[in-house]
Design a binder for this molecule. Structure first.
Ligand SMILES: Nc1ncnc2c1ncn2[C@@H]1O[C@H](COP(=O)(O)OP(=O)(O)OP(=O)(O)O)[C@@H](O)[C@H]1O
Ligand SMILES: [Mg+2]
Length: 254
């Protein structure tokens, strides 16, 4: 499970984020960028953030630490901004905290990561089907001389179909990835080599640990996934089986 902290102060909204993430101080003296369960994008984007962020961490890609931030209802009551107050009121309990990287710059291409580091990030996005790392929205921060990967809510799109359909694992497993618009496409080294280096780190046990990090409250059961174990198993099966089929999704990036 992710570390749990309690919010003590809502500092400010990060208005550039589509889901209105907010800067929050917590009782561990940490400052977090919090993504709220009550945002329009729903809880599934928080699940994707945890799964992809924790996969990234396990293969050595710099990415901010993640925590569960418990939001007491009193914090919403004292918020003056109406839009923020509505969001906080809709998000009692457990939300996602992303360790705030103070002084980080948005990636603009002027300090590219090494070909190997760039290939690792392009490989991560190919594996997890993350189309949200383009020049329009780089979702990379420069901090202490390295490129840090953030914002993984758009990856692992397969779960958005679950409420109405049983999981179709094969469709996701074989979905090609088009690296053309990726912000690191022109600086990345061979992504096939990145796969050979990184995929062995993600054994089924390791991916099982990653899936276990997701808080119960964010997982949605459905008719065909009737309990939390079934939901977690479905995530694990998607991650394990796609990893076995780089021929399907590394085509464009290899
Ligand atoms: N850990 C962090 N440290 C410092 N700044 C951050 C961090 N996470 C996010 N930010 C800043 O907040 C912005 C919005 O964050 P993020 O992209 O994760 O939110 P989002 O709501 O998913 O955004 P969008 O959907 O608009 O891309 C980032 O572009 C970045 O400037
Ligand atoms: Mg973003």
């Amino acid at each position: 499970m992710l570390e749990s902290v309690t919010a003590v102060r809502y500092v400010a909204p990060l208005r550039e984020g589509g889901s209105l993430p907010g800067l929050v101080e917590a009782d561990d003296l940490g400052t977090y960028v919090v993504k709220f369960t009550g945002a329009g994008q729903g809880r599934k984007v928080l699940v994707a953030e945890v799964l992809v962020g924790e996969v990234a961490r396990r293969v050595g890609i710099p990415t901010p630490g993640l925590a569960v931030v418990d939001l007491p209802s009193a914090i919403a009551r004292y918020e003056a901004d109406e839009e923020v107050q509505d969001l906080l009121t809709a998000s009692p309990g457990r939300n996602l905290g992303v360790d705030f990287l103070p002084g980080a710059f948005g990636y603009d291409g002027s300090h590219p990561p090494s070909p190997e580091e760039a290939a690792a990030i392009l490989w991560l996005d190919s594996y997890t089907a993350n189309v949200d790392r383009t020049w329009a929205n780089p979702n990379l921060l420069l901090w202490h001389g390295r490129a840090w990967a953030i914002d993984h809510g758009a990856a692992l799109w397969f779960h958005h179909g679950w409420p109405s359909r049983p999981p179709d694992v094969g469709r996701f497993v074989e979905q090609p990835f088009d690296p053309a618009g990726h912000v690191l496409a022109s600086v990345a080294g061979p992504v096939g080599q990145a796969h050979e280096r990184l995929a062995p780190l993600l054994t089924e046990d390791v991916l099982g640990e990653v899936v276990a990090e997701v808080p119960d409250e964010w997982l949605e059961t459905t008719g065909s996934l009737p309990d939390l174990d079934a939901v977690r198993s479905a995530y694990l099966e998607h991650l394990v089986r796609r990893l076995e089929r780089p021929d399907a999704w590394l085509g464009g990036a290899g």
